[in-house]
Design a protein around this ligand. Structure first.
Ligand code: C2O
Ligand code: CU
Length: 486
């Protein structure tokens, strides 16, 4: 067995790429290495292993073999040929306890290279799964062993980080349980939301090509003001199922159910409500907030919310409406007798009180201590549908550029949205806090014309992506790299 944290790069990877240097010089995002700013803390830097050694580890190793493969999947009627983890949609749940070591062997059986990103975990940089930045991409036929301590409790997920792969079926839930957190609930349900196009006549690569050619633009323009996304999808899914063949959860009246919502979609925010129930919001992006009650919530791509409900008696729809689009996804909660609702059911709660970031307050145990930022980075979100060009500070991703930070600094990132579209901005390897006492998050929706300040402690050395979690925006350039310097 390799020592903890050592990459196991399949021999084929090295041979094919012809670069034994892949683990050192070429990594961190640049083809020549020479263009990179000096003094960067690369994924191979000893400080990365040092940070890992400081994470409290239980010593328990949790194996998670995962095969990325081509498959035909039944969405509950339509059968689609797509790419999945292990033939399932979503991929098999990975559930560990905080401090456990995840050992995930990825076997790439896809026709293209891939990798896995562990969204929400502040993990060691060389396991973050950002191709050419933190590891060489895993070639077709290759394998890669991810080995890291899962130190961030909460509801997270995993997905690839290449091209438009996320808009296929490559995603799975990742739950890190915290034994120190009182689990006052009887049921623990996972709800993975997705927008679906792959295998319906277009692939996500076709969608991107159409966007660049201005195709889906027209569809967008024809919709009413407040466009929800750039792409019209034929299906919206909960746990891989269309509304006509919904997933179901069962319980008994009076039980408390913890529902973990993950938005794994590429271009769709969802408005979520449960008929006959109020939602008590307890966590976002894995971090606890002071519980607040709401009728509905809006969840952007990459975001997670945990909500608690007290089960009523009967059959109830969990509806996830595609915000600003036509259609939605459905799941059914059964605790007693009753007819299932129509697939087009729209519970009144959808129009009720919505939770928003201003109503969320971080639980004191996860609140960042007040501190004046040592460094502030202003990230203007720029671009538009013309030519489908998106960027940050007027330019698309440049892997030779870095937003500098040093270990130990308090950093403020100010996102300002100068576009007509909203963007869920995600920071790898860290969680930030909104304002002085707002929620701790790793993904935040920035609405058109709005400014959002995110404060974080630079405590995880390495090189980290910051990007829009709209798969198409990110692929079109709305991304940048946070680079620790020594
Ligand atoms: Cu879930 Cu870089 O993303
Ligand atoms: Cu975006």
């Amino acid at each position: 067995m390799p020592p903890v944290g050592r990459n196991v790069i399949a021999r084929r990877t090295v041979v094919r790429a012809g670069l034994a240097a892949a683990g050192t010089g070429l990594l961190a995002g640049c083809t020549s290495g020479a263009d990179l700013p000096a003094g960067l803390v690369l994924p191979t830097d000893p400080s990365v292993s040092l940070a890992e050694a400081r994470r409290p580890a239980s010593g328990v190793v949790r194996a998670y073999p995962v095969s990325a493969q081509v498959d035909t999947v039944d969405l509950g009627g339509p059968a689609v040929t797509t790419w999945t983890y292990g033939g399932q949609l979503p991929g098999r749940e990975l559930r560990v306890r905080v401090g456990d070591t995840v050992e995930a062997v990825l076997a790439n059986r896809l026709p293209v290279e891939t990798s896995i990103h562990w969204h929400g975990l502040a993990l060691r940089n060389d396991m973050d799964g950002a191709p050419m930045l933190t590891q060489p991409a895993v070639p077709p036929g290759g394998t890669f062993t991810y080995r890291f301590v899962a130190a961030t409790p909460g509801t997270h997920w995993l997905h690839p980080h290449s091209g438009t792969q996320l808009d296929r079926g490559l995603y799975a839930p990742l739950i890190v349980e915290d034994p120190a957190e009182p689990g006052d609930y009887d049921q623990d349900w996972l709800v993975l939301l997705d927008d679906w196009v792959d295998g319906t006549g277009r692939t996500p690569d076709d969608v991107l090509a159409d966007l660049r050619a201005g195709g889906d633009h027209m569809a967008g323009m024809s919709r009413a003001a407040g466009r929800g996304g750039d792409v019209d999808y034929p299906y919206y899914l909960i746990n891989g199922r269309i509304a006509e063949a919904p997933v179901g959860w069962t319980g008994t009246p009076g039980q408390r159910a913890r529902i973990r919502l993950v938005n794994a979609a590429s271009d769709t925010a969802f408005r979520v409500a449960i008929g006959g129930h109020r939602l008590r919001v307890t966590h976002t992006d894995g971090f606890p907030v002071r519980p607040v009650d709401a009728d509905a919530l809006l969840i952007g791509m990459g975001e997670r919310y945990d909500v608690m409900i007290t089960l009523a008696d009967g059959v109830f729809p969990l509806v996830a409406l595609a915000e600003g689009k036509a259609g939605g996804a459905l799941g059914l909660i059964r605790t007693g007798a009753g007819e299932p609702p129509l697939t087009t059911v729209r519970p009144a709660e959808l129009d009720g009180a919505l939770t928003g970031y201003p109503s969320l307050v971080a639980e004191s145990r996860v609140r960042l201590p007040a501190r004046t930022p040592d460094v502030e980075h202003r990230l203007d979100l720029t671009g538009g549908m013309m030519g489908y060009r998106w960027g940050i500070n007027g330019a698309p991703l440049d892997m030779s550029q870095r937003l500098p930070v040093r270990q130990g600094q308090r950093m403020r990132i100010v996102f300002t949205n100068h576009t007509m579209m909203w963007h869920p901005m995600h920071v790898h390897g860290h969680t930030f806090q909104l304002g002085n006492s707002g929620p701790r998050k790793d993904t935040v929706i920035v609405l058109p014309g709005r400014k959002v300040a995110c404060d974080l402690d630079a405590d995880n050395p390495g090189q980290w992506m910051i990007h829009c979690h709209n798969t198409y925006h990110s692929e079109a350039g709305m991304a940048t790299v946070l680079g620790y310097r020594s």
